[in-house]
Design a protein around this ligand. Structure first.
Ligand SMILES: Nc1ncnc2c1ncn2[C@@H]1O[C@H](COP(=O)(O)OP(=O)(O)O)[C@@H](O)[C@H]1O
Ligand SMILES: Cc1cn([C@H]2C[C@H](O)[C@@H](COP(=O)(O)O)O2)c(=O)[nH]c1=O
Length: 281
């Protein structure tokens, strides 16, 4: 009842906002959020303001139309933990749309390979790669849904909480680079609605990932030492299991993923319903 009241109130506010001029548009939002938005084509045509299922107390963010209705599941895990293989499995289901990581873009942006550059010289190129990862991840999150359920590989959250954090903690990202990236990230999270209903965490041991990574043999990753995978593993554990590092944006379903492929496929089937019925209230 309270919710429908709130939605009704929100719709009235929305109708009012839509019917007002640009200046008034800014006023309406800043009244609520103490921030001023400059209306632009993208905002007017692609987004709307929404008091959504995760936003209360008059907090409003830019939202793409329909984004609040589809189910979003992010598959998280260490490098070579089996995320792509898991997504491939679920991609055979009609109502599921699968978005793999935009790694081809990280390997080729206008002829440059920021992923390779980052591995060659993280202090120099970490910011470059992570800025681009953040942009392409945001783009993935905001892309138009083509099915009622979206499963995506990683998220804008893990890019920041795992990879940027690791570069910074290991002394390979200068303070100023970390500060700039963090301000960008915080702005995005505070101002753009990025819904996640469930995180599926493929929990592996670093040694298993190391073996799978060697077997996959991606050229940029040939010099990755086991210590790097151990650090990435610990950051995942602290974020998603111990919950001692950063806010977790959705409930977490942990799937132990050290097993051989046939057993993993069986586990995915066992968890299918839990995954597809997830809804982050
Ligand atoms: N359960 C598994 N057992 C053995 N090898 C696996 C398993 N799952 C994936 N692989 C292999 O390990 C490598 C990494 O898997 P991938 O799905 O690409 O991981 P990610 O997307 O997490 O980096 C690939 O060569 C893949 O074929
Ligand atoms: C998100 C993210 C990824 N990377 C690197 C880590 C790996 O080398 C690849 C992703 O490979 P995976 O097999 O899909 O795990 O990209 C990075 O350096 N920074 C990031 O934010």
């Amino acid at each position: 009842m309270a919710l429908s009241c709130c939605i009704g109130q929100f719709r009235r506010t929305l109708a009012h906002i839509h019917s007002t001029a640009a200046g008034s548009f800014n006023q309406q939002i800043s009244h609520c959020q103490k921030r001023v938005y400059r209306p632009c084509t993208w905002i007017n045509t692609q987004t709307r303001l929404l008091s959504s299922r995760t936003q209360q107390n008059c907090t409003r963010k830019l939202v793409r139309n329909g984004e609040d209705k589809k189910l979003v599941i992010c598959v998280e895990g260490n490098i070579a933990s089996g995320k792509t293989t898991c997504l491939e499995h679920f991609s055979k289901t009609n109502e599921i749309e699968v978005l793999t990581e935009p790694i081809s873009k990280w390997r080729d942006v206008q002829g440059h390979n920021p992923l390779a550059l980052m591995y060659q010289d993280p202090s120099r190129w970490g910011l470059t790669l992570q800025t681009y990862v953040q942009l392409t991840m945001l783009n993935r999150h905001l892309s138009t849904a083509s099915a009622p359920v979206r499963m995506m590989e990683r998220s804008i959250y893990s890019a920041k909480y795992i990879f940027v954090e690791n570069l910074y903690r290991s002394g390979k990202m200068p303070d100023v680079d970390f500060a700039v990236l963090s301000e960008w990230f915080d702005w995005i999270i505070q101002n753009i609605f990025i819904p996640v209903d469930l995180i599926v965490y493929l929990q592996t041991t670093p040694q298993i990932c190391y073996e799978r990574l060697k077997e996959r043999c991606r050229v940029e990753e040939t010099m990755i030492p086991i210590e790097y995978l151990e650090a990435i593993h610990q950051l995942h554990e602290d974020w998603l299991i111990n919950k001692t590092s950063f806010k977790v944006p959705a409930p977490v379903l942990v799937i132990p993923a050290d097993h051989a492929l046939p057993k993993m496929l069986h586990k995915y089937e066992e968890n299918r319903e839990k995954i597809l019925l997830a809804r982050n209230a």
